[in-house]
Design a binder for this molecule. Structure first.
Ligand code: ADP
Ligand code: MG
Length: 721
């Protein structure tokens, strides 16, 4: 049995809107194992068609091609790849080299497509065979036509094919160079079958062992010089096709990527702009008040939670809009809060006044009377127990109070005395510089019967973040300067522990209320200005605490009032966030659509770029296919090329978006002493960026590659598809 047997081969080109072109009409002949066979004929007689069919680059309509007895029609796609890759070597008229690669890499690629190791020696041997010793490092676009054709021959023979198919290999060379090439092919034909397509009868007669002449798609003569030797042993139909190793695919892909660095850089710059817009927009779109409060609890080192009760009147029912006012807790509210937020402990700040809302109930300190201002007063009472200091992580200088007339003052209050001095009733101003200076002094409150006096027995360091509040501490209200930090400071002093007096247990109900309001108020429901709890349990617990905004009892019986009660977190973090909350909520909505829009624009741009760079490598794909690259190999190369692009883009866009978030944050809090966190780059933004990039790249590769792979290799090479 012969190696290749062609039997009644028919091929007609059919194209929509064109007349059918019968290119091969019943061509039959057998090919020997070796020798130089010329297929001679005029242009358009079907030579190339025949060669392409023989080499597995094109299909046929009728008849058959038997390869070692197996019909080509029965080849699977994989077998066909392996046949092209292992059994056949192609040499085209246009040498079809990868011009940007060196001679060595062009030749080596053929070996690599078989994932064979030790290609180096084979490449060197092949180059020696074609007299290109020492040309390995030359770039192909620096070679002469004859040299290029010899590289193409080296590439074709390096994998030691059983058959070398050459389509007008000297067609674009001068006659002397053409002669050289024919001599080279003749040498190769001593051990391998070389089929040469040509219209040059002289060369065919001179070099051919056998000349088959075609005319109008039919064999009109066959010299059959060469004795047809049957194959001694039946060789395997196809060599193994291992596929391009990943490392090589990566190398080729990377080479494709950086082939046009300026365009790549421009594309990356444009992508970075649009992707950063996506990242930042999504940071806005995912703004969450509770999370922002939790972030700022951490950032501001807020020492404890402060819960207050908000009262909302549904004035809609009265034909007006909803209004909120902070109010005081009663015991019912306090118990309800404890079931809603899980904290280690809860401490009440009692209001000095029983029947007013919070604002009007502060007590000025007589000993600061010369320097009274908005922020220095006792606004409430907190009763200490033995674990209070350690549970909050505070530090107590001095002693716990032991009786109703002993108090501990917060460090914030001490700072006030340090600033203004201590002026005893009917005495002269004294400087206060250390805790010891204020401990032992007496503070007095005016009440309806005259004065209540307390002895300071200690100072409690409540971890006030003085670094942040220094600018607004004890300062007169100035609307121009009174930004979010001023409001934060206000919240901390009015609702937190910065302006409370710390007393013994039972002080408020058993001593203060009866004394202040009279015995008849002893049983009254206590007025709790705020509830304080230590911050524990991490970010998640903070978000939970910030989320407290629950109606806890329904409408009061009073039909006219329509009052609802809610809890909320207050303090610096909350004030800072709420200062910009309306803006952020508006941005959130707007930027959701911006994120969506910029994502689409980014994806389309990436898609455009990627499908462009893939499509422009059409010729390379054709060459790779012709020398045996499988569809998988082609995908691997483009996946590598654009995978690197996508990975780089995602990494850069992540950095840019995160930095942009920081810049926007600092812009949002321009003029604040301390910066606040509104935007944060989180895993969600990363996921959005990655999804947009990966999706666009994948579609950008798949569509053009699939389109090209559906075409026959011959059509890709010739640029028809
Ligand atoms: P040769 O190589 O001998 O010059 P070809 O095999 O290239 O001839 O072409 C044989 C005939 O088929 C010619 O008439 C040519 O115009 C036609 N032909 C070749 N390729 C195509 C194609 N892709 N579509 C339609 N007609 C084709
Ligand atoms: Mg041709």
């Amino acid at each position: 049995m012969k190696y290749i047997s062609i039997h009644e081969l028919n091929k007609t080109y059919r194209a929509k809107g064109c007349a059918d072109v019968p290119a091969l009409k019943g061509v039959s002949f057998d090919l020997p194992e070796k020798g130089m066979v010329f297929i001679l004929g005029k242009s358009g007689c079907g030579k190339s068609t025949l060669l392409n069919v023989l080499g597995g680059l094109d299909s046929f309509d009728g008849g058959d091609v038997l390869v070692n007895g197996k019909s080509m029609k029965d080849f699977s796609a994989k077998e066909l790849d392996a046949y092209r890759n292992g059994s056949v070597g192609f040499v085209f008229q246009e040498n079809n080299l990868l011009d940007e690669y060196t001679v060595e890499r062009n030749v080596g690629l053929a070996i690599e497509l078989q994932s064979e190791k030790g290609g180096g020696d084979l490449v060197a041997a092949a180059l020696k065979n074609v007299d290109l010793d020492g040309f390995g490092d030359r770039k192909c676009n620096r070679l002469s036509g004859g040299q290029k054709q010899r590289v193409a021959i080296a590439r074709a023979i390096v994998k030691e094919p059983e058959m070398l198919l050459c389509d007008e290999p000297t067609g674009s060379l001068d006659s002397d160079t053409g002669e050289e090439i024919f001599n080279l092919l003749k040498k190769i034909s001593e051990s391998t079958l070389v089929v040469v397509v040509s219209h040059d009868r002289e060369s065919a007669d001179k070099f051919g062992d056998r000349v088959i002449e075609l005319k109008n798609g039919q064999v009109i003569s066959d010299s059959a010089h060469v004795e047809v030797k049957p194959a001694e042993s039946q060789p395997e139909a196809q060599k193994k096709h291992g596929g391009l190793p990943a490392k090589r695919a990566f190398g080729i892909g990377a080479g494709f990527l950086i082939a046009r660095p300026v365009r790549l850089a421009l594309c990356v710059i444009i992508c970075l702009i649009t992707f950063t817009c996506v990242g930042v927009s999504d940071s806005f779109a995912s703004y969450n008040r509770e999370k922002a409060i939790a972030d700022n609890l951490v950032k501001y080192e807020t020492p404890y939670y402060i819960f207050v009760q908000t009262s909302a009147r549904d004035l809609e029912k009265l034909g007006e809009s909803f209004s909120y006012t902070k109010s005081t807790f009663n015991e019912t509210g306090y118990e309800r809060l404890k079931t809603l937020v899980k904290c280690n402990r809860y401490d009440k700040v009692y209001n000095f006044s029983l029947n007013s809302t919070f604002g009007g109930s502060s007590y000025h300190i007589e000993e600061l009377r010369d320097n009274r201002n908005q922020t220095l007063f006792f606004h409430g009472v907190t009763e200490l127990d033995e674990n209070f200091v350690s549970d909050y992580g505070f530090t107590l200088y001095g002693e716990y109070p032991q009786s109703y007339d002993e108090i501990v003052i917060p460090d914030y209050m001490f700072e006030g005395f340090k600033t203004y001095g201590y002026k005893p009733k009917d005495g002269t101003l004294q400087a206060i510089s250390s805790y010891d200076d204020i401990i032992g002094k007496t503070l007095s409150h005016e009440n309806r019967d005259g004065y209540l006096t307390f002895k300071v027995v200690g100072v409690l360091d409540t971890n006030v973040n003085k670094k942040i509040y220094d600018r607004v501490m004890f300062k007169e209200y100035d609307a121009n300067k009174y930004d979010a930090i001023g409001m934060a400071n206000n919240a901390m002093t009015r609702y937190g522990l910065q302006s409370v007096m710390f007393t013994v247990k039972g002080f408020y109900r058993d001593y203060f209320v009866p004394d202040l309001m009279g015995e008849e108020y002893r049983e009254t429901d206590s007025c709790i200005a705020s509830v304080i709890s230590p911050i524990t349990g991490g970010k998640k617990a903070m978000v939970e605490a910030a989320r407290i905004h629950e109606r806890y009892h329904s409408e009061l019986p009073n039909e006219i009032d329509h009052r609802y009660n809610y809890f909320m977190l207050t303090g610096d973090a909350q004030e800072i966030v709420d200062y910009k909350d309306d803006t952020m909520e508006l941005c959130k909505t707007i930027f959701f659509y911006t994120a969506l829009g910029t994502s689409v624009v980014s994806a389309l741009f990436v898609l455009y770029y990627v499908s462009g760079v893939v499509t422009e490598k059409k010729r390379e794909i054709g060459i790779l296919r012709a020398i045996g690259a499988s569809k998988g190999d082609i995908f691997k190369i483009f996946a590598a090329q654009n995978g690197i692009f996508a990975a780089g883009l995602i990494a850069l866009a992540t950095v840019f978006s995160a930095v942009a978030d920081v810049i926007i944050n600092s812009h949002l809090t321009k003029g604040y002493v301390a910066k606040a966190l509104f935007l944060s780059f989180s895993i969600r933004q990363f996921a959005v960026l990655a999804a947009v990039a990966i999706l666009a790249v994948a579609v950008g590769i798949i569509i053009p590659v699939v389109k090209m792979l559906m075409a026959k290799p011959v059509d890709i090479i010739s640029g028809r598809k």
